[in-house]
Structures are given as structure tokens and as C-alpha cells.
Design a protein around this ligand. Structure first.
Ligand SMILES: Nc1nc2c(ncn2[C@@H]2O[C@H](COP(=O)(O)OP(=O)(O)OP(=O)(O)O)[C@@H](O)[C@H]2O)c(=O)[nH]1
Ligand SMILES: [Mg+2]
Ligand SMILES: [Zn+2]
Length: 357
């Protein structure tokens, strides 16, 4: 049995309930293809989506994701339920689905905080951190950077400084899930009703950290050789865990690549330094290439802005521009298809009418 508020239920969701409905609010705690587990006041139930939701509600992003609040029809006797509706999300972490398709994929919904985990025993990839930060800011959740495996690194301070330079104002914590050192820093994010999602590459220690915080092993961890920091994808499904009296944690499988999805605001927030420099350029539409009186080029020359960071900004912006153009094309194709369908229906209507005479 759970209480809704300990699962993160708030007035935001309460307002969306229709009075008189017999459907029960529940939170999605696990997603394995089309099979779900949900937690509600009746306990944890296996759940599947109703045919209506699956086939008529549209695109995969509208289907339930881990962290979503849904309305179910429970069959408590069977320990099962049918999911009828996904309530609008407070926050969502989206990325472009892997592969060629231009599709949105929701990694987790209704998260308050994202722990972006990178390991101190591997080379720090600041460019990857920027990419993640853009997506996290866009999601509406607050980012926190976790530098894991501190027991394998003699100089955490240098790493923290390097990360701080690309992550203004984002809290950074170095810790070791193996020894437990530094874990107390996380308690401020683990308040009742709060949801934290762990994101980061495979093998950085997300599941180990969750096991440690839960104080017992719930998630499978793969032993990897110390010299092989790449990991082997131990976690294959997303899953939400409740820490009684201390909030919730969502474990996610390590991402091989994080492709942006609609992250323009998140990008601006991540590169706030560059965007405020850009406001001082002489031309409003300055591309910061060879225009005169370009504040960005000036900062680059004075080494107040690193060229790697500037390149990273340009690259992510190009990527977003490309994605937006592709989304436009898809929207046009869809609109044309709809138009053709209407024409066809109209022609048929006239033909049918003419036949009657
Ligand atoms: N020395 C040390 N090893 C750690 C620490 N945390 C995790 N590990 C090891 O790192 C390896 C990968 O840990 P996981 O927790 O499976 O990593 P993950 O991020 O969940 O990986 P995926 O599920 O594949 O995304 C395991 O061998 C852990 O024992 C740590 O703090 N110190
Ligand atoms: Mg894992
Ligand atoms: Zn400029």
C-alpha cells in the first residue's frame, strides 16, 4: 500500500481529475516494452494500456513512461490493472529516439531532479556534460552532477573545477558508492515526494548508487574490469524505486548516445555565458564568425571563452537546427497527407452524389 503523496502526487495532478470518475490514480514505476508496473493506494500492480490509449491516442510520446501519473482501472483480485489515461506531465526528459527516425522518446516523466552521473576513473567528457545539461534544463527538472567512483581517483578537486566551468550554478558532488564517502551530500535532494532520475553512460555506477541509497541490492550491477570503464549495459529497463520517507529514485539504462530533442531553451541556459556575450555583438544576427565588433570572437581571443566550449555550442545548435528542419518536413508531409485524404473524400462524395442522378 502506498500513499499518493509519498509517490509524488500533488495539486498539479489532483486538478486534472474529473469529478465522479471511478478511475484510480497510479504512478508508473516500471516499463518493459508494452508491459508496465504501477504503484497506487492498492499497492503495486502489473498493468497494460487500454486498446484505446495504445491505438487511438497517437504517438509513442503519449504512451505512459516511467514516472508518469496515469488513471487506471484496477482488477485488485488479479493484481492487475488497465491504464486508460496519462495525465499531463509536469516535467519530461525527452531525447530523439535512436536510429534514423525523427521521433521523440521520453526517458522519464515528472522528475524533480536529475543526477547526471559521470565516473571519475574515466576521462571527463565536458562536451557530453554540456549535451546532457541542455536536455535536462529543457526537461524542467533541476540538474545535479555526480562524479562517481571517487575512490578510484586521487584528484577529485581538479575534476570538480573542470566541470564547474561548463556547468554554471549546477551543484557538483564527488562521491563513492563503494565506500559510501560523500553520499550524505545527496540527502538534500531525497525528500519525501521528490523524484530523482539517474542518467549517464553505461558503467558509471548508477545502479550501484541506487543499491547503496536503498541500503540493499535491488538492481543488477555488472562487474567490469577496472581498465574497462565502458561497462556492458547492466540495466536494461527503467525503474522507479521508493526510498521510504526519502523520495524516489529512477534507474535508467546507460545511454550510448543522447540525441537532442527540442532543447533550444535548455541550450540557451547551458550556454548562458555565450548567449549573454552575443547580446553585446554589434549585429543582432551575428553568427560570431568574422563580423566586426563580435563580442564572442573577442572573448575567444582574450581566452575568456574556450574554443572547445564555443565549438560545442555551435555543434549542438546545428544539431537542433537540423532536427527542427526535419520536424518541419515531417509536419508538412503529414499535412499533405491529410489534405489528400480530404480531397479524396470530397471527390468520392461528389461521385456518389452524381451516381444518384
Ligand atoms: N570502485 C568503484 N566501483 C564502482 C563504484 N560504483 C560502481 N562501481 C562499479 O562500476 C561497475 C558498473 O556499475 P553499475 O552500477 O552497474 O553501472 P550503471 O551506471 O548502472 O551501468 P548500466 O546499468 O549499464 O547503465 C560495477 O562493476 C560496479 O561495481 C564506486 O563508487 N567505486
Ligand atoms: Mg545500471
Ligand atoms: Zn558575434
Amino acid at each position: 500500500m502506498f500513499q499518493l503523496h509519498e509517490l509524488g502526487w500533488t495539486a498539479f495532478f489532483q486538478q486534472q481529475l474529473k469529478p465522479g470518475s471511478s478511475r484510480v490514480p497510479a504512478r508508473v514505476v516500471e516499463e518493459q516494452r508494452a508491459l508496465y508496473r504501477v504503484a497506487c493506494e492498492l499497492g503495486e500492480l502489473a498493468a497494460e494500456t487500454s486498446g484505446h490509449l495504445r491505438y487511438e491516442a497517437g504517438q509513442p510520446p503519449d504512451w505512459p513512461a516511467v514516472g508518469d501519473w496515469v488513471l487506471i482501472e484496477p482488477r485488485a483480485g488479479e493484481g492487475r490493472a488497465t491504464i486508460h489515461e496519462v495525465l499531463p506531465r509536469k516535467t519530461k526528459f525527452s531525447r530523439k529516439a535512436a536510429g534514423q527516425e525523427t521521433k521523440e522518446q521520453i526517458a522519464a516523466a515528472n522528475i524533480d531532479t536529475v543526477f547526471l552521473v559521470t565516473s571519475l576513473n574515466a576521462d571527463l567528457n565536458l562536451r557530453r556534460i554540456e549535451r546532457y545539461l541542455a536536455t535536462i534544463w529543457e526537461s524542467g527538472a533541476r540538474p545535479v552532477i555526480i562524479l562517481s567512483k571517487a575512490d578510484l581517483c586521487d584528484d577529485g578537486v581538479t575534476a570538480i573545477q573542470a566541470v564547474a566551468e561548463v556547468a554554471f550554478g549546477v551543484p557538483i558532488h564527488a562521491l563513492s558508492a563503494a565506500t559510501g564517502k560523500g553520499l550524505d551530500q545527496l540527502e538534500e535532494y531525497l525528500k519525501p515526494g521528490q523524484t530523482v532520475a539517474l542518467l549517464g553512460s553505461s558503467g558509471v555506477g548508477k545502479s550501484t548508487l541506487i543499491n547503496r541509497l536503498l541500503a540493499h541490492d535491488v538492481q543488477k550491477v555488472l562487474e567490469i574490469r577496472e581498465d574497462d570503464a565502458r561497462g556492458r549495459h547492466a540495466t536494461t529497463a527503467r525503474r522507479l524505486f521508493l526510498l521510504p520517507g526519502r523520495g524516489m529514485l529512477i534507474d535508467t539504462p546507460g545511454m550510448r548516445e543522447l540525441q537532442l530533442w527540442d532543447a533550444s531553451d535548455g541550450l540557451s541556459q547551458t550556454f548562458d555565458d555565450i548567449e549573454s556575450l552575443a547580446e553585446q555583438c554589434r549585429f543582432r544576427d551575428c553568427r560570431h564568425e568574422s563580423e566586426p565588433a563580435c563580442a564572442v570572437q573577442e572573448a575567444l581571443q582574450k581566452q575568456q571563452l574556450s574554443s572547445d566550449r564555443f565549438e560545442s555550442y555551435l555543434k549542438l545548435r546545428r544539431e537542433l537546427g537540423y532536427l527542427e528542419r526535419k520536424q518541419d518536413v515531417l509536419a508538412r508531409v503529414e499535412a499533405n497527407r491529410e489534405l489528400r485524404r480530404m480531397h479524396k473524400a470530397a471527390r468520392k462524395m461528389y461521385r456518389d452524389r452524381d451516381k444518384q442522378y
